[in-house]
Design a protein. Sequence first.
Length: 461
Amino acid sequence: MWSLKEIRRKLFKGEIAGLFRLFVRDEKTMQPSQVAQIFLNLPAESAIKAFQAFPEKNKILLFPYLDDLVQKQIIKDIPKEEASKILNAISSDDLMIFLSNLKGVELSETLEFLNEKNKKAVHSLLGYPKESVARLINTEFVTLKRDMTIEEAMLHLRKHHQDSETANVVYVVDNEGKLVDDVPIRRLVLNEPSRKVEDIMDGFYVKLNIADSKETAIDIFKQYDRAALPVTNDSNVLLGVITVDDVLDVEEEKSTKEMQRFGGLESLEYPYVKTSFVSLISKRAGWLIVLFLGEMLTATAMGYFDKEISKAVVLALFVPLIISSGGNSGSQAATLIIRAMALKELSIRDWWYVMRREILSGLTLGVILGTIGFLRITAWEKLHWYEYGPHWLLLATTIFFSLIGIVMWGTLMGSMIPIILKRFNIDPATSSAPFVATLVDVTGLVIYFSIAALILSGTLL
């Protein structure tokens, strides 16, 4: 059995047939998800060639695990008959996820590969917003009637349903197809065959509405710890099922985008290794330009106080200390608030609570850092490590109060900006750490030199 490292090496060398033989021979050990993970680290062209070396059965197993860029290129490159077999053979939720990533002509052409049954289902679901749970729904679910005996129910399952990821839970519906209850398979297995389905029902179930957002689905899965949830329309008619693996994929995608935005760049549409160099530059350049222009205001602010700096050059020694403290405190606050909002711990209505808490936090942290700054200047002066002059005590006092003001301002901005952005329906992650740090850098200089002018007036200034 080759290691994953060895398989990657062979693929990069073009030894595609080796991977094909391994997967076919040792399919029970080498799972499709493992092979797909290897594909994720390959250039798109190599991944497509490797996929085409597989027999049809393995292609169908592997296709849902591949990233959407490779999936699109595969369907575009292979013969229409082969593409049709793959798309009609994969589960309905995997099909919907794939189609949701297509647009315009690309989507229209791909829909022609589907059989009539899938076309009808897909056309109906594509009418819902892209961020709705309709785009994740699996229409292959198991239903029973409440007046069936468990023996009849088991026979019905064996006769009419195949093994699938949704078969762990069966759904009880009435004659109109409306959801009545959900029943785990274990209850059917562990109860007497003569008992009726209604005897093992508990009357409690959790469901999603077809128009609910994907974020709502994530929250409900977390709250109730379910492996699958039924999806109904407004009339409570059962339309399909959503499984936790699809929701985890959505959560991972969402978290990845938030992390990228928080790092000061636009979110990538594809994995890093499959993102072109031009696209990578374009995603990063925009924010860097904005942040660079913002930092230019720092030079403007320092230019405004050039007289103060020329009179007391020693003030310039502490500029990096001052602006970094404000930027760091702002970034900390932004990180805490953005994460709390993502987890639904806070909403925009909690702005006053957050403001009061962060003002107090900023004051406390500012006093701590200001005290350290004050003691640092005092120690260096007393130990003769650096001569700050006869007015060193006033300088230390300036640093003390400047750090209090700047750290308070940083925490306030870092906590309020995400809430303000959320109020205007802008992703709070946009208030990334670099953005908050840049904003606080500029305003921090104004605070610093204003306090210096107040305290040192008539002495150093």
